[in-house]
Design a protein around this ligand. Structure first.
Ligand code: BGC
Length: 738
């Protein structure tokens, strides 16, 4: 009997069924199994210590996986414009790698100015490939905070003042990045609209404004883009830090919107263990540690979600329900990224990426003014070109805070022009003024020597002399990435151009009437000399291919098609936040202007801006026909389609951004005069005509009723407005919502 059972046991051990069971892939590693099952299986195999390790940083940019289970670490990288160079494990300084020089893509302000969703997809796909190649599974971007004031130091990292435009542009960006098995971490959620006292300022905003202006892009990122991560912001809301905020994270993001991804704290944005446990934060990064005392052996143990949390669990002060919920989300992130075996391999610093950056830059550049058709430069009649200004030579990919890059190369505007023009005309350069001679940031050295011994008067005299002798003057100035300009950590001090450029531009315009001003910035600037300068171009921060793209537009190889994504006010007081006196707040900032941000404010106050939202010229001309609607009345469940024919009436091919705004003619609550609800970028050959259609439903007619806490489309009369900008209205058609 005994013998028999031994034989039976051996037979069972060598049976194919048993062997199969032994080799069985655990559920969490079986990618044929549903995500939820895999997550629960992995979770069930983890110890409390492993779970705690997963929810906070272990280095500046990484957090632990579970090596015992083959779950890789998570690696984050900035940022929205290119893949950040490697830093030391526990320092911000450079690791000194020689193979981490990336493609610098145009800043997000430039991407948004293309008004082209295909460009956003191309951007996302390309930068995602770079992140993937560098083995990063979370890209810290894109940034979608709304442009409230032209003084916000980080506006250049965002997509302008309009929630609809930002929402439409962020979705393809996310899809492009995530198609690489790399998560986007959309930032900074929410209400991070100033840099002054950014860790402490408490934002006071009414619900309507919150839901109508500041949240839609995040909602679109979650519900339409399907972002796998969101970054909490530094500021407070309702007195609570945004990184562990009951209202923003638990109620809205995870509650109302059903976000299933990971909430990552901005670096140093977590401040309290209990709030971090209970108020929706999933991963803590960048908290300050003293590297001394009990944190000496591993400063990261000091993190709010590290040893202090474990201690609370061990003592029974808190349970593990919240911990499991955080880990579930992080495991899902791992399955979608590092553990997704079918994700592509990525590529880095390639010609394709350079070409993508260049295309986006070309489409983002905005021709603001072109009196007497001064542009494009006519090389058959131009012998001498004076290029003036520090921004013609300054590297702009270095500096500005966390989006600073170590670019593989960066073509300056002057080099771009020289390369394009060759010996077709003489180019004479004069710096004209000294802005910031610094050419390194966080250990990345641009290699440029911008030191200058000459006095301001000498530089000005040289510039005037050079300008006087030239056929055309191209002034390349604006802001830069230094502190108190387009840079993280501080806001600008005023709307005017720095380094006395206004004085120089006016003086130059006096000696040569053929002058073009190229504004390199991510923000609006005042232009008191606007009537003295026939040509004005918004040149943004354009990344590696900056100089090439600018030269192509200035010389006319590319017909400009970018449009402004924010209003350029004549003066600061023409902006709502400034007119009502609340920018920047220190301890508290009250968004007194409410919904009336950007064009919503100038429309309401009937102010003529320097350049309106949606504005941008072309080297060709477009004619708009009458706007029509497919119905006069609609029910709340219906859709309505507006059509307009647009014709290229000029001599060259071009692209036009046709914009649809909706006006609610009568409503129970105050509403903006009009709001963007559609846009389409079309290409037209000379003489060609296309019909552009916009189909909208009640969502385009709705406002957020704070009493009902819901979106409401009130029956009544509406108007659909078609414009070439928010101020250049081409036609209207009325309709009724029954
Ligand atoms: C910035 C984030 C950035 C993070 C990591 C923070 O200072 O606000 O946007 O992603 O640093 O560099």
């Amino acid at each position: 009997m005994f013998k028999k059972s031994i034989i039976a046991a051996i037979a069972l051990l060598v049976s194919p069924l048993y062997l199969q069971a032994q080799n069985k892939v655990p559920v969490y590693l079986d990618d044929s199994k549903p995500m939820k099952e895999r997550v629960e299986d992995a979770l069930s195999k983890m110890t409390v210590e492993e779970k705690i390790a997963m929810i906070h940083a272990q280095s500046k940019f990484s957090s632990a996986g579970v090596s015992r289970l083959g779950i890789p670490d998570n690696w984050m990288t900035d940022g929205p414009h290119g893949i950040r160079p490697e830093v030391l494990w526990d320092e911000w300084s450079q690791a000194g790698w020689t193979n981490d020089s990336c493609t610098a893509f145009p800043a997000l302000t430039a991407l948004a100015a293309t008004w082209n969703k295909e460009m956003a997809l191309l951007y996302g796909k390309s930068i995602g490939e770079e992140a993937r190649y560098r083995n990063k599974n979370v890209l810290l971007g894109p940034g979608v905070n709304i442009y409230r004031s032209p003084l916000n130091g980080r506006n250049f990292e965002y997509m302008g003042e309009d929630p609809f435009l930002t929402s439409k542009m962020v979705v393809p960006y996310i899809k492009g990045v995530q198609s690489n098995g790399v998560a986007t971490c959309v930032k900074h959620f929410a209400l991070n609209n100033q840099e002054t006292n950014r860790h402490g300022v408490n934002v006071v905003v009414d619900d309507r404004t919150l839901y109508e202006i500041y949240l839609p892009a995040f909602k679109a990122a979650v519900q339409e883009g399907g972002t796998w991560a969101i970054m909490g912001s530094y500021n407070k809301y309702k007195g609570q830090q945004a990184c562990h905020n009951e209202y923003l994270l638990n109620d809205i993001l995870k509650g109302e919107w059903g976000f299933e991804g990971v909430v990552v704290a901005d670096w140093g944005g977590a401040h309290n263990t209990k709030e971090a446990i209970f108020n929706g934060l999933d991963m803590e990064f960048g908290s300050w540690t003293d590297g001394l005392a009990w944190g000496k052996s591993n400063a990261y143990d000091n993190y709010y979600l590290a040893a202090p949390y474990l201690k609370m669990i061990k003592s029974g002060e808190v349970g593990t329900k919240e911990l499991d919920e955080k880990v579930r989300r992080i495991l899902r992130l791992s399955f979608l990224t590092t553990m997704n075996r079918s994700r592509p391999f990525g590529s880095f610093g390639t010609e394709d990426h350079a070409a993508a950056g260049r295309k986006i830059a070309e489409e983002g550049i905005v021709l603001l003014q072109n009196k007497n058709n001064i542009l494009p430069v006519n090389l058959s009649t131009t012998k001498k070109i004076a290029v003036i200004g520090e921004n013609a030579i300054k590297m702009m990919t270095v500096g500005g805070g966390s989006s600073s890059l170590k670019a593989k190369y960066e073509i300056s505007p002057l080099d771009g022009l020289k390369k394009r023009i060759g010996n077709q005309a003489e180019i004479v350069y004069a710096r004209g003024y000294v802005g910031d001679a610094k050419s390194d940031y966080n250990g990345v050295v641009s290699g440029q020597d911008l030191s200058e011994k000459r006095s301001a008067a000498e530089l000005m005299a040289e510039a005037l002399k050079v300008a006087k002798d030239a056929d055309i003057v191209i002034f390349i100035g604006g802001l830069n990435k230094s502190d108190f300009q387009d840079s993280e950590g501080n806001d600008r001090k005023g709307l005017e151009l720095p380094y006395e450029q206004d004085k120089l531009v006016s003086a130059l315009a006096k000696v040569n009437k053929n002058i073009v001003f190229v504004n390199i910035s991510g923000n609006a600037v005042a232009m008191p000399w606007v009537n003295e300068v026939p040509g004005i171009v918004q040149g943004w921060f354009l990344g590696s291919e900056a100089g090439n793209a600018l030269a192509e537009v200035l010389m006319g190889d590319v017909n400009p098609s970018g449009k402004l994504t924010f209003t350029f006010p004549v003066k600061l007081q023409d902006n709502g936040a400034h007119a009502l006196g609340d920018f920047p707040g220190t301890e508290e900032v009250i968004y007194k202007e409410g919904l009336f941000v950007g064009y919503r404010w100038v429309d309401k106050q009937k102010i003529k801006p320097l350049f309106p939202f949606g504005h941008g010229l072309s080297y060709t001309t477009f004619e708009y026909d009458k706007v029509s609607a497919d119905r006069k009345e609609m029910e709340a469940s219906d859709k309505i389609t507006f059509s307009v024919k647009v014709k290229n009436t000029g001599k060259r091919a071009g692209q036009e951004v046709v914009q649809l705004y909706i006006t609610d003619l009568k409503s129970s609550l105050p509403r903006p005069v009009k709001e963007l609800k559609g846009f389409e970028k079309i290409s037209l050959q000379p003489g060609e005509e296309k019909t552009v259609t916009f189909t909208v439903d009640k969502a385009a007619l709705s406002f957020f009723d704070d009493k009902k806490h819901d979106w409401v489309a009130e029956p009544g009369k509406f108007e659909a407005i078609i414009g070439a900008s928010s101020a250049n209205i081409k036609g209207k058609v009325g309709f009724i919502l029954k």
